[in-house]
Design a protein around this ligand. Structure first.
Ligand code: ATP
Length: 301
């Protein structure tokens, strides 16, 4: 049986006349990492707050670990939830260690595990320094540590990599992989689509509160149907006249063939039969940003 840690059915959330989430269906399984993508104001943070039970849906149902998210029973589940908000307010006069101890007590977790957690997020050496002197990235790492307290089953990260340098982002996705392998569910909202590749199982794209795409990277690639472009650079002496018409000229020596994912292997094989000298071959597959732009454009139409 599939175990859903989170499920939303027909969920709508209105703030007065503003519809922030519109008739949303979504399920998140144990051990799954799902990215939530969308423009500013698409409804990502509202969706996360609905799952946390911080706000109630105007209609529809949000279930968290088997209980209605905004109901009384879910309150007892809170120890199983890790949340990293979009903006983190940490007290500047507390040290990193004191801050984490404060959150551990709030979450009724033993503080004995805190040193290992601070070291896991790479700020053990700064643990006795005041948070007021931390860099933005260090504060973000500390906030991540509080979200990881108590090995939560469900982790909700609102734009977790904002302010992190490339090495810190890698550390973050390494932690996400460990969490998934341990059976936790991770939902993370982001604008930085290009960094998601290979780190998430599914990507959900939101626009104006509605879900407009939901699938694995390869499913989205298939649905989007964006072409793969193969580029050849011909060697000296080879003339374009020897290339079939399907090859479009880019410049003097470069030519491009557009094909679908399923035609890719045949297209590559056909290159071996061409009667030209080839200096270089490049394959451009659509990036996540390309697909994201495609889904948003498609909705506009
Ligand atoms: N407390 C609130 N009261 C009124 N409107 C709100 C409230 N919170 C969010 N909204 C509105 O709901 C819509 C969705 O906002 P939300 O913060 O969920 O978007 P988001 O996708 O997280 O955006 P961003 O990427 O900028 O963080 C926006 O139009 C926003 O103005």
């Amino acid at each position: 049986m599939t175990e859903f840690h989170v499920s939303l059915s027909g969920v709508t959330k209105n703030y007065g006349k503003q519809r922030a989430v519109n008739n949303m269906d979504l399920t998140l399984r144990a051990g799954e990492c799902v990215a939530l993508a969308g423009h500013n104001g698409a409804g990502k943070s509202t969706l996360i707050k609905l799952i946390l039970g911080l706000i109630r849906p105007s209609s529809g149902k949000v279930m968290l670990l088997g209980h209605e998210a905004s109901g009384r029973a879910a309150v007892r589940m809170r120890g199983n939830i890790g949340y990293l908000p979009e903006t983190v307010a940490l007290h500047p006069s507390l040290t990193g260690a004191e801050t984490l101890a404060f959150y551990a007590r709030l979450k009724r977790q033993p503080v004995s595990a805190n040193a290992a957690l601070l070291s896991r997020v790479g700020i053990a050496q700064a643990a006795q320094r005041r948070v007021g002197v931390y860099s933005k990235g260090m504060r973000q790492r500390l906030a991540l540590a509080q979200a990881l307290l108590g090995k939560p089953k469900v982790l909700l990260f609102d734009e977790p990599t904002t302010g992190l340098d490339p090495a810190s982002r890698l550390m973050f996705y390494e932690i996400v992989r460990e969490l998934r392998n341990g059976g936790s569910t991770v939902l993370l909202s982001t604008h930085a689509l290009s960094e998601l590749d290979g780190h998430t199982d599914r990507i959900v794209v939101m626009k104006n509160g509605s879900k407009i795409a939901d699938g694995s990277m390869s499913q989205l690639r298939h649905t989007a149907g964006l072409p793969i472009r193969i580029r050849l650079k011909l060697g000296d002496g080879s003339t374009a006249g020897l290339l079939p018409d399907v090859w479009q000229r880019i410049d003097e020596s470069k030519f491009e063939l557009a094909c679908t994912e399923s035609d890719k292997v045949d297209a590559m094989r056909s290159i071996g039969t061409l009667n030209v000298a080839i200096d270089d071959i490049e394959i451009h597959t659509p990036s996540l940003d390309d697909m994201y732009a495609h889904f948003l454009r498609r909705e506009d139409l």
